[in-house]
Design a protein around this ligand. Structure first.
Ligand code: NAD
Ligand code: 6OD
Length: 491
């Protein structure tokens, strides 16, 4: 019997008017029946969040909220195995990866933001006035209010908690809309929130899809105060339109078409290992994944050969098989999209140097969304395959001659999320990284995180930054108080 997942509103699990099946990407079997939130449920969730803000939660102190975030982190660790099972059932990702990255980061997100809010100082300025006196300005950071949190399926709990932790830490109440593909961990987190003592209404979950469903109902709701969204650039654009009539603040972490730049002095062992992680982690379904690799001509053939060998060594399989190193894509629909780019690449003149299709799988897994890690050479930078986000374990490799050419090729995109520069020359590493039109550039590394640093992108890759105090800027709304201290005599 499959699990039943309900919406979570004001501290209660509630049904929706209809339901849908969550299908496993591993074998096509049913994972859960999910209650879809209709307008009544979304209204109730927003009202519960508003009521929480108007109650004792609205008067909670930073110290109380920091302690609460730490309790949530502790409870996540106690229920680590439950969350792991939920996440793996929804995504099919290898358990070892989910253990090390996805679930571990959920606890870290809460601890890191507990530290950030506890350390935040008062924003104050002392100004000289015309009468020889002074004015004291200080800004009181108030919660934004009811925050809609809409997240995707690729790193479900990690990305959800990356937003929920600072939002709650800053005193907001949230209505979360997880992806229809990954409803489980957000629902389990509701139990964890209650166990940790989060007041009713502070964390609410509405399940469903985007357009015409819970996502749209939430972003167009009259009583939300802001939207934080992670997902596709096109969806971000729709949400921006949806919130425009109310001029609501948004924070968007969107898609990428990220470049790696490999110079001929790079340590090729470290570089190829790093490229492999950056292209294939989570079956290429990380917004930061590299899909364009520019390699200096002198080492191009060697990098292609070594990376192709590495790609061929990945082993698809069951999440709990210790030998599995690559999971499936999230769904058959997403695989159809990735496969369409595989055939387009061939039509656009690519030579496929690794993968290029669907791997042979045992019959029990034949309904899964499996795909081969794939690499191409021979693609022009102007082709759709090199310009559009594919979001699979794929990359095109292109040679370059000079640093200027590498920078030009890497920046020739409408996206601007991340880049990675591989070189032993640290002057060049700094120089090139600073010239990348992206929110985040790594040198001799990829997805190495300090949770206090600004995370986000430019262009089609997003609006705003989150992380540490950058998150606090989004999740609070400052009121500046200016107190005149007269210097003797009125003016
Ligand atoms: P998506 O945009 O299709 O969906 C994301 C969420 O938005 C889901 O919960 C979905 O139901 C909801 N949604 C869809 N249409 C909506 C609408 N009109 N109104 C309100 N909600 C709506 O993205 P996805 O396919 O789930 O995730 C993959 C995408 O996310 C990729 O483009 C990837 O690059 C991006 N992503 C970006 C980051 C980042 O930090 N920049 C991180 C992870 C994923
Ligand atoms: O690590 C993070 O904080 C983060 N937001 C990662 C996003 C990954 C995109 O798929």
């Amino acid at each position: 019997m499959t699990r039943v997942l309900r919406n979570y509103v004001g501290g209660e699990f509630v049904d929706g008017a209809s339901s849908f099946e969550k299908i496993s990407p591993v074998d096509g079997g049913a994972v859960a029946t999910v209650h879809e939130a209709d307008a009544v449920v979304v209204d109730a969730a927003v009202a519960a969040a508003r009521a929480a803000l108007n109650g004792p939660w609205g008067r909670s102190t930073v110290a109380q909220r920091a302690a609460l975030l730490r309790r949530i982190a502790g409870r996540i660790e106690e229920r680590f195995e439950d969350l792991l099972a939920a996440e793996v059932a929804d995504t099919g990702k290898p358990i070892a990866q989910a253990r090390k990255l996805d679930i571990a980061r959920a606890a870290q997100n809460f601890r890191s933001f507990a530290d950030t809010i506890a350390a935040e100082g008062l924003d104050s300025y002392l100004t000289d006035t015309a009468d020889g006196g002074r004015a004291l300005n200080y800004a009181v950071g108030k919660p934004l209010g009811v925050v809609a949190v809409i997240v995707p399926w690729n790193l479900p709990l990690l990305l959800l908690t990356w937003k929920v932790a600072p939002a709650i830490g800053c005193g907001n109440a949230v209505v979360v809309k997880p992806s229809e593909e990954t409803p489980s961990s957000a629902t389990l987190l509701a139990e964890i929130m209650a166990e940790a003592g989060v007041p009713d209404g502070v964390y609410n979950v509405v399940h469903g899809f985007g357009t015409g469903s819970a996502g749209e109902l939430l972003t167009t709701h009259h009583d939300i105060d802001g939207v934080t969204f992670t997902g596709e650039s096109r969806t971000g654009s729709s949400i921006m339109k949806a919130v425009a009539p109310w001029v609501r603040p948004v924070s968007f972490e969107l898609g990428g078409k990220n470049a790696a730049l490999v110079f001929d002095d790079a340590d090729l062992d470290r570089t190829v290992e790093g490229l492999g992680r950056s292209i294939f982690t989570n079956t290429g379904q990380v917004c930061l994944c590299t899909e364009r690799v520019y390699v200096q001509r002198g080492v191009f053939d060697e990098v292609v050969a070594r990376l192709a060998k590495l790609a061929a060594e990945f082993r698809p399989g069951l999440p709990d098989d210790p030998l599995t190193t690559m999971g499936p894509l999230i769904s058959q629909a997403h695989r159809a999209k990735v496969l369409s780019y595989l055939s387009l690449a061939t039509r656009q003149g690519a030579e496929c140097v690794a993968g290029g299709g669907i791997p042979d799988m045992p019959s029990a897994l034949s309904e899964g969304a499996w795909i081969e890690p794939t690499l191409w050479t021979g693609l022009d930078n102007a082709t759709a395959v090199m310009r559009e986000e594919i979001f699979g374990p794929v990359a095109g490799l292109v040679p370059f001659d000079t640093e200027q050419e590498a920078i030009r090729l890497a920046n020739d995109t409408k996206y601007g999320l991340a880049a990675a520069v591989w070189t032993r020359d640290l002057d060049r590493g700094h120089r090139v990284a600073q010239r990348m039109n992206v929110g985040m550039a790594w040198v001799n590394a990829w997805y190495l995180r300090d949770l206090r640093s600004p995370f986000g992108g430019v262009g089609l890759s997003g609006v705003g930054r989150e992380g540490g105090r950058h998150s606090m800027r989004f999740y609070t709304s400052p009121t500046n108080v200016c107190v005149r201290i007269a210097g003797g005599g009125d003016d």
